[in-house]
Design a protein around this ligand. Structure first.
Ligand SMILES: *Cc1c(COP(=O)(O)O)cnc(C)c1O
Length: 220
């Protein structure tokens, strides 16, 4: 078993204040999560709704569960009653469905809009123009049981750190633009989820507030 405690402590020691570490526990058993919990970690990320539900049931109730994977509308029901933050909203339709489930659960679900910035075709998300158009159109303002808290992105899977930096900076610029245009004085738009095991230091330099680390904690 990897030394989860020292991995978490090593990463934490490098984080500026104001950056939240999310331990991405997808593919890892509840024992590994319990180990991270025992050294004080409370934010965990999962990418499959049914796995998330099972882990939520098996583990302490004060864990803050982040959903980071592609979310299908028919899976929202598994997580709507407890999820802390959904990072991966990629259509208005999905936002509307989350809103409906949140209303049934009598809660407001915080959400991030996922921005497609990487070169790969395989990554989900709004393009920057689609995101602008969706916010300008305004339907989202009528959805009372979701709260848009910010943006999420994944950089290209490349060794070219200049490219990675430019991608994170482009999404941070979009974040600033949206905050000013649509959220004005409302400080609830405050979350920029960017950075994984291989690129989180670059993401933090670009302004990330939430880093999502899997392999650096659970797989080495
Ligand atoms: C798996 C995953 C991560 C964690 O990736 P690592 O490289 O293992 O740190 C972060 N974000 C998303 C969206 C993921 O799917």
């Amino acid at each position: 078993m990897p030394d989860i405690r020292s991995n978490i402590e090593r990463i934490r020691a490098t984080l500026p204040s104001g950056v939240t570490l999310i331990a991405v526990s997808k593919y890892h058993p509840v024992e590994a999560i319990a180990k991270a919990y025992s050294v004080g970690e409370r934010h965990f990320g999962e990418s499959k709704a049914q796995d998330l539900r099972l882990k939520h049931q098996a583990l302490p109730q004060d864990i803050k569960w982040h959903f980071i994977g592609h979310l299908q509308s028919n899976k929202i029901k598994y997580i709507a009653s407890f999820v802390h933050l959904i990072h991966s909203v990629d259509t208005l339709r999905l936002l509307q469905e989350i809103n409906r489930h949140a209303a049934n659960a009598d809660r407001i679900i915080p959400c991030l809009l996922q921005i497609h910035i990487a070169q790969e075709d395989t990554k989900f998300g709004f393009t920057t123009d689609e995101c602008r158009a969706m916010l300008d159109e305004g339907t989202w303002r009528t959805l009372k049981n979701i709260q848009i808290r910010g943006l999420m992105c994944m950089a290209s899977n490349t060794d070219n750190t200049t490219q990675i930096r430019e991608e994170f900076e482009a999404v941070k610029a979009l974040f600033d633009e949206i905050k000013q245009k649509h959220f004005g004085n409302d400080d609830s738009f405050d979350t920029f989820s960017a950075g994984m095991s291989d690129d989180y230091t670059i993401a933090i330099e670009a302004g990330s507030t939430h880093i999502r680390i899997g392999s650096d904690i659970f797989a080495q």
